[in-house]
Write a protein that binds this ligand. Structure first.
Ligand code: ATP
Ligand code: CA
Ligand code: CA
Length: 435
């Protein structure tokens, strides 16, 4: 159970940025959560809370190692969202606290975004384009409403929206969201599916060097893969996906995909995962970092230590004290050691994921970890991004700007077509043969 990433420590190029991101989150989240809960107001959706950090500190902002400015957007809305997603505030802070704070899988993909994992791999920080940031603020009300009405939504779970700015640096916007993949289970195969074939292939010959690369639509079809769900689970999954896609269509969003991580129960967790080329995920799938020799192994700390740490953090939140900066040990929350089912969440019911079933609903041999990701691209932005990229590279044909309604239809039709139990797939193959 060893996880790999590039540890962001003081020698890392993005150490200061990462440190400031986490410091800002910690102060902002503990500030909001220290207050007595109250219902949301219309204004809550517009709020921007600005803090200036420096070595000296003041009564509102504790002293920090570096000078930077931090903005927390709609803090009360995100507090409520975290509650809807049933995150424990102390647990959230603890995940985003500490010295070996993050591991970076930061090779900028097509979009230029950087990805960081919290040290327990439960959360992902993704830097986003300014247009995506503005768009999320614009749709926040609809998103919030949707989550309220659909606790089992498959859409990315957003836990926070922030901005850091260092002296003379540019503004960096980022979101905190759920890592779809579990820290405690090997993901044997990953697919990122859009229902399109244009540019949707990971080169099979590269798989040898990077066996855990994220595969795409064409690879999926070549393998004649299906999402093996029997009658009951298929219905649950497709119904929720329909609702989610309808929202995306209404908000004119496109370019999203269904991310599927497959844990093969026959293979289980392998011992030989100390291979340093392993990636828990691999944004873009084509990074130079795939063979990064600096990849660092992360280990789980003792459970007792973690329990003590969680207690301390809870007390701090209750006593309304800001969490101090020197909470910089390398321990991780004990959740790594525990079962990962999230009670009450349909798609996390089986060891944190959604177990494959046969037609008669009896369990099959795979666990799926899935969700709809990259859902902040507004139709209007696509044009801008296209323009932006033209200056950087000549091969920009991949971005096919299909209008959002058609995009959604193509997406859902594809997923619908490939969701079937093994038995259903066999019957279908039989029928095709007979024709
Ligand atoms: P592009 O716009 O070029 O598709 P991007 O920078 O917007 O790229 P995403 O599509 O959001 O990036 O994600 C890229 C890859 O990162 C995904 O294919 C997946 O492997 C991984 N990834 C993204 N979000 C998550 C998540 N919530 N949990 C686990 N893995 C994720
Ligand atoms: Ca994407
Ligand atoms: Ca994107």
């Amino acid at each position: 159970r060893v996880l790999v990433g590039t540890k962001v420590d003081e020698s890392h190029a993005n150490w200061v940025t990462a440190y400031n991101m986490l410091t800002g989150i910690r102060v902002a989240v503990s500030r909001t959560n220290a207050k007595v809960d109250r219902p949301l107001t219309d204004e809550d959706f517009e709020v921007k809370q600005k803090s200036t950090f420096d070595i000296a500190g003041n009564e509102l902002v504790p002293s920090a190692k570096y000078d930077f400015k931090f903005k927390d957007y709609a803090p009360w809305v995100f507090r409520h969202l975290r509650a809807l997603f049933r995150l424990d505030p102390a647990d959230y802070l603890m995940s985003l606290t500490g010295k070996y704070i993050l591991s970076e899988l930061g090779s900028p993909g097509k979009s230029g975004s950087f990805f960081y994992f919290s040290r327990d791999y439960k959360y992902i920080i993704k830097t986003i384009h300014h247009a995506e940031h503005k768009f999320l603020r614009k749709i926040l009300r609809d998103y919030y409403q949707h989550v309220k009405e659909n606790p089992n939504t498959l859409l990315s779970q957003f836990y926070g929206l922030h901005r850091v700015k260092m002296p003379y640096g540019k503004k960096i916007h980022f979101v905190v969201m759920n890592n779809l993949f579990p820290p405690h289970r090997d993901i044997h195969q990953t697919f990122d599916l859009k229902g399109s074939t244009v540019g949707r292939e990971y080169k099979e010959e590269d798989l040898e060097n990077n066996p855990r690369a994220t595969l795409k639509d064409i690879n999926w079809m070549r393998r004649k893969r299906t999402l093996e769900l029997g009658i009951q689970k298929k219905k649950l999954f497709l119904e929720q996906l329909h609702k989610d896609v309808r929202l995306l269509q209404r908000l004119q969003i496109m370019d999203y995909s269904l991310l599927i991580g497959i844990h093969d129960l026959q293979r289980g967790n392998e011992e030989n995962l100390r291979d340093k080329t392993l990636r828990v995920f691999n944004p873009g799938g084509n990074s130079a970092e795939d063979n990064d020799p600096n990849a660092v192994l992360m280990r789980t700390p003792s459970k007792l230590e973690n329990q003590r740490k969680a207690r301390e953090l809870r007390q701090m939140i209750q006593s309304e004290k800001p969490v101090p900066m020197n909470e910089t040990d390398s321990r991780m929350p004990d959740e790594l050691d525990e079962g990962h089912s999230r009670p009450g969440f349909i798609f996390n019911q089986d060891d944190g994921g959604f177990r494959a079933t046969h037609e008669d609903n009896s369990p099959a041999d795979e666990i799926y970890y899935l969700g709809v990701i990259d859902c902040l691209t507004h139709y209007g932005i696509v044009k801008k991004l296209e323009h932006f990229w033209k200056g950087l590279s000549s091969d920009r044909s991949q971005i096919s700007a299909l209008p959002p309604y058609e995009y959604g239809e193509r997406f859902i039709n594809f997923i619908e077509k490939v969701t079937m139990s093994r038995e259903e797939a066999a019957r279908l193959a039989q029928q095709q043969e007979e024709q």
